[in-house]
Design a protein around this ligand. Structure first.
Ligand SMILES: Nc1ncnc2c1ncn2[C@@H]1O[C@H](COP(=O)(O)OP(=O)(O)O)[C@@H](O)[C@H]1O
Ligand SMILES: [Mg+2]
Length: 385
């Protein structure tokens, strides 16, 4: 989105590694990109055409997507990022042909901005990963369009859009996300990341941030935007060497300094997002007073002091959490934000910690139900009559 886009650290020019004509001719992906596009599941490098053909994705025509989005109407824009704009459209569930608005199923169509920094490489990475990895916490990719310089991606529609909109949208009629929902979102996103890190060939997401966390009507999370994802290190390698890409405020300090990418970089970004959810503040916000621009730098000193944690927590959450819960979440965020990557937990550990927090929250409710079933008045503790 706007603010985050301006914080893009560095992006790849579409023409740096592979030209679109080469891709159409099905040439092997060459130079430094061969590693990047090696599929996460099959280990052998494959040609681009092979990758596209092997995936169960619909190949749309441009005219179908133009009709589905009513000529990419500006008022149907769902969001924008480094790759381009995302439009709302309608297709038939069975035939996947465009339908009239309000009929069939809703789709989200992401269209490459020709003037942007991203291009074919990111488009193919997204297809390669989302075409092969399926999980309840990853967005579903339905199909794509590729011709000349045009690059489009078609996804299932996520009715509540991105978490960024919910967390930071100012002056909107939408009530702020409750503590409970924030924790549910944190857990869903953590499960999505854990799935990627545990994949047969590990996947490092590399751009974990609130605008890439999408929400359906029940606030179930699906991670989207795999343009910057990379296969993790294999064999005895400890890291993958990359050009530094991602988003300021979210990228881990050691990755920024060295370009050495590991799954622990994602854990750091998760810590930043958890802190954003806890505080309702953006990772980078230059509109705040000096000393408060960088959320992590500002919040850390408060978070290590149990009695000062309240300074960090979103005031809109008042009365919705216990001191104990706030401390637990702040602690988890702090661990993820450890300067030393080895000190950060794994995503599995993060999932377990967040699940425990949810159980704690559900316990009183369960107890109440049980007490009622046993004929006990839950407010007085006396048996009901
Ligand atoms: N499937 C979708 N359903 C609803 N909104 C979406 C969907 N995909 C993207 N968006 C909106 O568009 C924005 C940009 O999408 P994203 O995939 O992150 O693009 P980019 O690769 O350009 O960053 C998201 O932050 C979200 O607001
Ligand atoms: Mg994005």
């Amino acid at each position: 989105m706007g603010a985050c886009l301006s914080h893009r650290i560095k992006s790849v020019s579409p023409s740096t590694c592979i030209s679109s004509s080469a891709s159409r001719n099905g040439n092997n992906i060459s130079c430094s990109s061969s590693k990047e596009f090696s599929a996460s599941i099959p280990q052998t490098p494959r040609s681009e055409v092979e990758i596209l053909q092997s995936l169960n994705l619909k190949t749309f025509t441009f005219s179908e997507l133009r009709t589905a989005t009513r000529n990419f109407r500006p008022d149907s824009v769902l969001g924008e990022g480094g790759f381009g704009s995302v439009f709302k459209g309608w297709i038939d569930e069975q035939s996947l042909k465009p339908t009239k608005p309000g009929t069939g199923i809703i789709i989200a169509v992401k269209r490459l901005n020709q003037e942007g920094f991203q291009g074919h490489k990111e488009w193919l990475a997204e297809i390669n990963y989302l075409g092969q990895l399926h999980h309840p916490n990853l967005v579903k990719l339905i199909g794509y369009y590729l011709e000349d310089e045009h690059r489009l991606l078609v996804y299932e529609f996520m009715v509540r859009g991105s978490m960024e909109n919910h967390l930071f949208r100012k002056g909107s009629h939408v009530p702020p996300l409750s503590w409970c929902i924030r924790m549910k979102i944190a857990l869903g996103a953590a499960k999505g990341l854990a799935f990627l890190h545990n994949a047969k060939t590990q996947v490092i997401y590399r751009d974990f941030k609130t605008s890439n966390i999408l929400l359906n009507s029940n606030y179930n999370v699906k991670l989207s935007d795999f343009g910057l994802a990379r296969d993790g290190p294999t064999g005895d390698k400890s890291h993958v060497s990359t050009r530094v890409m991602g988003t300021y405020g979210y990228a881990a300090p050691e990755y920024l300094a060295t370009g050495h990418l590991t799954a622990k970089s994602d854990i750091y970004s998760f810590g930043v997002v958890l802190l954003e959810m806890l505080s309702g503040r953006r990772a980078i916000d230059n509109n705040r007073p000096s000393g408060e621009h960088n959320l992590v730098d500002w919040a850390k000193p408060y978070m290590i002091n149990k009695r000062r944690i309240f300074r960090v927590i979103d005031t809109r959450l008042q009365g919705q959490y216990s001191l104990n819960q706030a401390q637990e979440v702040a602690n988890l965020a702090l661990q993820c934000l450890a300067v030393e990557p080895k000190c950060r937990p794994s995503m599995d550990e993060v999932v377990t910690a967040l699940e425990k927090l949810q159980e704690l929250r559900e316990m009183p409710k369960r107890n109440q139900k049980e007490r009622r079933r046993n004929g006990i008045n839950h407010s007085s503790g006396k048996p009901t009559t």
